[in-house]
Design a binder for this molecule. Structure first.
Ligand SMILES: C[S@@+](CC[C@H](N)C(=O)[O-])C[C@H]1O[C@@H](n2cnc3c(N)ncnc32)[C@H](O)[C@@H]1O
Length: 260
């Protein structure tokens, strides 16, 4: 079985350290809540080898690279239709999974945000995600209000998930090595079934606030929500990075009232 040639445009950096691979799979801790897991970008299968040993989990895999797909198809003939050659970003997750499941991967760094937004979109059923990202992205997701890294993804992820930064990984543990350090995070769905506010508006407020993060929320929101008559509430004088998830929920409730 010849090895898969690493393709830069697909973000292919293959992990070579089996101990790190095992640590990543061990990051799945809420397995009482699901029995199916989707691995995104299995590559040559360093995580998949460990996942397939897990008797408590039914593993699905999707890789965009046809060469990886053939490699894995030969390596794991038992996978059948659970091994998919395709683009995770275009994958119809509802067609494959009807109940709760987890997502795991050493993700391609060029599409990190899109992967995270897709997880958020399917938050009702994705109860856990363990994944490796570029270290800065992993840290940004986990950062708290008042820090420079705190942004749209931090708020949206932390609204729906508890986040744990698990560990960092050096470039030398990949072949070929990436130019950046990596970080592994775990997202575990929190108790909130829904937010206590208009969720669509919450997303709009968060995005608008951070898209002009140097401005006060009064100025940042006025462009996207022209019908809202903002009063003298102190929230409007703050900047997005000063607000916690709870504050954003309260602000969204306030904006809803002022729009009536
Ligand atoms: C960083 S490599 C990780 C490979 C392997 N899991 C490992 O740890 O060695 C990322 C993998 O994601 C795959 N990939 C890139 N874009 C993808 C996409 N849109 N959908 C699914 N897989 C993708 C690449 O082909 C590659 O196998």
């Amino acid at each position: 079985m010849s090895l898969v040639r690493a393709k830069k445009h697909l973000g292919q950096h293959f992990l070579t350290d089996k101990k790190i691979a095992a640590k990543i799979v061990d990051g799945l801790v809420h397995t009482d809540q699901y029995s199916q897991v989707l691995e995104v970008g299995p590559g040559m299968g360093i995580l998949s080898d460990i996942l397939l040993e897990r008797k408590d989990l039914e593993t699905f895999m999707i890789d965009i690279d046809v060469e990886s797909y053939h490699f894995l198809n030969d390596k794991y003939p038992q996978m059948g239709e659970r091994l998919i050659n395709g683009d995770f970003l275009k994958m119809d997750l509802k067609k494959v999974f009807s109940g709760k499941y987890a997502i795991i991967g050493n993700f391609p760094y060029n599409i990190s945000s899109q992967i995270l937004f897709k997880v958020l979109e399917h938050r009702e059923n994705v109860v856990e995600m363990v994944g490796m990202f570029q270290k800065e992205v992993a840290e940004r997701c986990a950062s708290k209000s008042g820090t420079k890294d705190y942004g749209i993804l931090s708020v949206l992820i932390q609204a729906y998930y508890n986040i744990d930064y698990l560990f960092s990984v050096k470039p030398g543990t990949f072949n070929p090595p990436p130019k950046v350090n990596s970080g592994v995070i775990r997202l575990s769905r929190n108790e909130r079934v829904t937010l206590d506010c208009d969720e669509k508006l919450f997303w709009i407020v968060v995005k608008a606030g951070f898209n002009q993060r140097r401005k006060t929320l009064r100025n940042a929101l006025s462009g996207v929500l022209p019908k809202v008559k903002m009063d003298d509430n102190i929230y409007f004088e703050k900047r997005a990075e000063q607000l916690s998830v709870e504050d954003f929920i309260t602000l969204t409730q306030l904006v809803t009232k002022l729009a009536l």
